[in-house]
Design a protein around this ligand. Structure first.
Ligand SMILES: *Cc1c(COP(=O)(O)O)cnc(C)c1O
Length: 387
């Protein structure tokens, strides 16, 4: 095996486009220099489009989890109540964050692999009228579920004044998000999933209503106090030293998204999801999620007659192809394929061909090529010629 040929197909971090890599090698500049302010100014209108918002998109040096913490700490005070929807391990992390900050959590745990039901949240809001925020995971990376956040927001608005907070870490950049139209109040993401960047940036956008609740909160902490970031970004700067090299990369990644078109980016991700799902269906290998709940960025497979961990080991050692294991209660039972960001139908076809070899080597008798054919057929039906 070529030792430096690695195919990173875990659901984040994800591969970086060469032009983004090159942009990040620019010489360092001062964090208060005009070039840095100009860079921030150039980034804002384009990152807003990725979120589907007119609001400022705050960019913080931190991993995705810092966005979850910022969302909770800024909006909900110690002793106040929040509904946390747990559809997998990232929902569970959000609950831990809330508990760490003394927030009273009303938990709604779905079956892992299933999407949340907005009507259940309606019932919970009737039982708990003082809830200040309803927290959900847009794409639950641990199960490959995409939650119906727009429908959820609608129900929450109908039933209460609670803010709708969503963790979009593994999906923003891979869908056509419409934060304002859907009525999301806080939407956060990180750089290393569908945004085609290395780890290290957190992005957060906040609605007018949420800003009112945040401004009235006297206890927003310090580094993640979003009010500071808003004041700074209005002057095209940041309260603390930004991750300058990553901002250069972001500028280039946004160029790539713009050149392709946000709708086309979303369509590419849906196509990759459909091709991946069709390949496993062709072999009768079960997926963790229904077609309706299946994420365009990550697919979780639950094999019932070969070992997921052995399969992963074969892919890694023989082909340098990394897919992710299960997390939490799904550890050892599933494997997860990232098809997001810098990933195309060409990559998916290659992956599927390798998966078929891995499945056979892991001990399941299948007809090689059947999954590739199924994916090709999806491509022929749905794919657009790239010109
Ligand atoms: C990856 C991920 C996170 C955590 O991001 P870190 O960058 O590891 O802190 C949070 N939520 C979701 C849904 C994720 O996929």
């Amino acid at each position: 095996m070529l030792q430096d040929q690695q195919y990173l197909r875990i659901p984040g971090p994800t591969p970086i486009p060469p032009s983004v890599e090159r942009a990040m090698t620019k010489p360092m500049v001062g964090h208060r220099a005009k070039v840095t302010d100009d860079l921030q100014e150039k980034i804002q209108p384009r990152i807003k489009k990725v979120f589907g918002t007119e609001q400022d998109v705050l960019i913080v040096a931190g991993s995705g989890t810092s966005g979850l913490e910022a969302a909770a700490v800024n909006t909900v005070r110690r002793g106040e109540e929040a509904i946390v929807i747990i559809s997998g391990s990232f929902g569970a992390r959000f609950e831990k964050i809330c508990l760490a900050h003394g927030i009273t959590v009303h938990r709604y745990e779905t079956e892992w692999g299933e999407a949340l039901d907005p009507e259940h949240v309606r019932t919970m809001l009737k039982e708990h009228p003082d809830v200040k925020a309803v927290i959900s995971t847009y794409c639950e990376t641990s199960t490959g579920v995409v939650n119906p956040v727009a429908e959820l927001a609608k129900v929450v608005r109908e039933e209460s004044d609670a803010l709708v907070i969503s963790d979009g870490v593994s999906i923003i950049g891979g869908v056509e998000a419409k934060m304002d139209e859907w009525g999301l109040d806080v939407l956060v993401t990180g750089s290393q999933k569908a945004m085609m960047l290395p780890p290290g940036l957190m992005f957060a956008a906040v609605s007018e209503r949420a800003w009112k609740q945040i401004e009235a909160n006297p206890d927003r902490g310090f580094y993640l106090d979003l009010v500071q970031y808003r004041e700074s970004i209005r002057k095209n700067t940041t309260p603390f030293t930004p991750a300058t090299s990553l901002l250069y990369g972001l500028d280039q990644a946004l160029d790539l998204i713009e050149e392709e078109g946000i709708q086309e980016v979303a369509a590419r991700h849906e196509l990759m999801r459909d091709m991946t799902r069709a390949a496993f269906a062709a072999h009768g290998i079960p997926l963790l999620t229904s077609a309706e709940a299946g994420s365009p960025t990550v697919t979780a497979v639950r094999p019932d007659d070969f070992d997921a961990e052995e399969f992963r080991r074969i892919l890694q050692t023989e082909f340098g192809l990394a897919v992710a294991s299960g997390q939490g209660k799904l550890a050892g039972k599933i494997f997860r394929i990232g098809h997001m960001g810098y990933c195309s139908p060409a990559d998916v076809l290659q992956m599927i061909a390798i998966f078929e070899l891995g499945i056979i080597k892991a001990g399941k008798q299948i007809e090689p090529g059947k999954g590739v054919t199924a994916a090709q057929q999806i491509y022929l039906r749905k794919g657009e010629p790239n010109q």
